[in-house]
Design a protein around this ligand. Structure first.
Ligand code: NI
Length: 334
């Protein structure tokens, strides 16, 4: 009798354990936190916030005011938060009540490759270090758009099948939106270079936010895309400013000094003398002498074996929020 009871008790125990296990599997998704899926990386969480803003902008017809207010939208900042689920195609974030009337945002998982740990991604979205050409370089152009020079530069880029990243100033985008539209149409990327080029570190938090969000709105109005990166004017940045705009900062490793030379041959020589593998080259598409230097720079670097790539191709990963990127294998996160 005693023995029988014991057997009965352990059978019941096993049964209970079985229920508990089934329960834990069913609830596994809801118990994931941002900490778990990012390997406890706040920079990755920041990137998820920016991807959420970009997704909202892409999938809704937002007014200028609504884009300007996107930086104020309440999005997760703690690794313990768990307002999301991952299915076979999308990362779905549930939003708290907001003025946009948006309840959830679905981000396609291919945008999260390299942001979310491989363990939580379906096989086809897992990150693997991409094979890339031996010698790479990324071209960036600041302070545009210019109504005459940017279109001229775009023709050169098209002729040589090269894409570049343009860090545009919001006040100019609002004056020449069709030029920005053409920049995107041609397959280039536009980053945020502030509204009117102040030294952001001298501004208050709300001053920085206004510089960035007004520019976001101008670029969105012109192109229906929200800029993914910021280049702070003069490279002037600190951790406070970086936190306000909540995205990657793109710096440079080769300063053409084109603005100082205002001389085509000197600009060409300086870039060709100082470019090395993995460089981010800084030029300005608002000086005729700079735009005139580009064909020779491209032709010569190609002859030297360089391939012109985009920033994520150069870095070989998505650029993460809160990092400053100077070139391949050359970035920091303070
Ligand atoms: Ni600038």
């Amino acid at each position: 009798m005693k023995k029988l009871t014991k057997i009965f008790v352990s059978a019941a125990g096993l049964l209970l354990m079985g229920f508990a296990l089934a329960g834990s599997n069913a609830n596994a998704a809801s118990r994931l936190t941002y900490g778990k899926i990012t390997n406890y990386n706040l920079h990755s969480l920041g990137t998820i916030r920016q991807l959420t803003r970009e997704q909202i902008a892409e999938t809704h017809n937002l007014s200028t005011k609504q884009v300007e207010n996107l930086m104020k939208l309440s999005l997760p900042t703690h690794l313990t938060a768990k307002n999301f689920a991952i299915d076979s195609q999308n990362f779905k974030m549930h939003l708290s009540k907001n003025s946009y009337g948006i309840k959830s945002v679905a981000i396609p998982l291919n945008k999260l490759t390299g942001v979310i740990s491989n363990h939580y991604l379906p096989k086809k979205f897992k990150y693997g270090k991409p094979k890339s050409p031996k010698k790479v370089v990324a071209l960036t152009f600041d302070d545009g758009p210019s109504p005459t020079l940017t279109p001229k530069l775009l023709k050169t880029l098209q002729k040589y099948h090269v894409h570049a990243t343009f860090f545009e100033v919001g006040s100019s985008v609002s004056r020449w939106p069709s030029v920005s539209r053409q920049v995107i149409k041609d397959g280039n990327v536009i980053g945020n270079h502030s509204w009117n080029h102040p030294q952001l570190t001298t501004l208050s938090n709300s001053g920085v936010e206004s510089q960035i969000s007004r520019t976001d709105a101008a670029i969105y109005k012109a192109t229906k895309t929200l800029p993914e990166y910021v280049r702070p004017p003069y490279g002037s940045i600190n951790s406070r400013v970086g936190k306000v705009y909540d995205r990657p900062s793109v710096m440079w490793s080769v300063d053409s000094r084109d603005w100082a030379y205002l001389n085509t041959q000197k600009t060409i020589n300086h870039v060709l003398d100082t470019t090395y593998n993995g460089s981010i080259i800084l030029m300005h598409d608002i000086h005729p002498t700079s735009v005139a230097a580009v064909p020779t720079i491209i032709k010569t670097l190609k002859k030297r074996g360089y391939t012109f790539v985009t920033l994520p191709e150069l870095i070989q990963k998505p650029l993460l929020c809160g990092y400053q990127y100077f070139g391949r294998n050359d970035f920091r996160n303070d």
